[in-house]
Design a protein around this ligand. Sequence first.
Ligand code: SF4
Ligand code: SF4
Length: 370
Amino acid sequence: MATCVLSMANLQSLLDMLSDQGHEILGPTVRDGAVTCDHLHSIQDLPIGLYEVQSGGHYRLKGTGSGSLFSYTTGPQSWKRFLLPPERDFLEIQTHKREVVVSTDTAPPQPMAFFGVRACDMAALERLDKVLSDGPYQASHYKKRRDRTVVIAVNCTRAGDTCFCASMQTGPRVTGGFDILLTELVASDGPYCLAEAGTGRGEDLLAALDATEASEDQVREADEAVKQAADSMGRSITTDNLPDILKASLDDPQWEKIASRCLSCGNCTMVCPTCFCSTTEDTTDLSGSTARRIQRWDSCHTVEFTYIHGGSIRTSVMSRYRQWMMHKLAYWPEQFGSFGCVGCGRCITWCPTGIDITEEAGRFREKAAR
Ligand code: SF4
Ligand code: SF4
């Protein structure tokens, strides 16, 4: 199917169609001064005319002066919160007199439509799928949600200040995994999108919109805009031989220098679109009649994360930060065949002390070259 042109009205019709089909529409919207992922009821709920200024420990929204729909990049949340919720009940046991009632999380989830997924986040979904859905140990609750999700992706035509997806080969162009892929262009009379289908479901949706075919000039302009975003990216990680360099640096004093700035807050793991670790907690209410088993996001930056019968293994901040970065950039390729980092830059922006994974990886490479 040829690339077609979607007006604002077409985009609204697309949302309406997905909603009529029973999908919960989720996409970028502004809350508390940041672009978050939440329910969308209308195209007007998007962060229209906004972009963000980001650096280590800093994030502010600003106006573009145009009505652009997708000038912002990543915010503090990623799509993992809908597929792998931060907290989930998976077992509840209630006693009524002598009767015991056990409820489990078996209800099929509502189908979801992710609207506006960036290339780095598409790459993150691919990594989560590999771990939680396509590998030997399947998380059935994740797979059920994922299988019922329609993905409307969007190419980035502007690089965020902390993005480095180009160097991780994960963006800014989306290369797969989408039902529909959008690229925004802004004309004098307002924004519009070029759209291409990636699946039969995407083709059906676009066909129902009765959109016009894009011209060669429009396709070229869109390609140029995405290329310009790649070329203007200010950060990068050189990945050649990186796992070996890091593994040879395990005793480097640089780890202590990073740890002296790290607060062990776990923000970097919470905002990271590929971090998937969770813990299980059992609770009972005060009357003793209800017990719940909860799955909750966990972070390798906590001391409790490695607690086993009487003690934790990683008691120092240094050992925990080192494990986090080593897993992303050295161990993940061995386990899953790709880096655990997709270059979204969130851990840089949302680290309260501005620790920058690109700078730190670069320091270890420089030292190895001496
Ligand atoms: S490690 Fe940082 S830059 Fe890489 S994917 Fe996670 S949050 Fe994004
Ligand atoms: S690196 Fe930054 S965000 Fe991560 S735990 Fe340390 S202080 Fe928190």
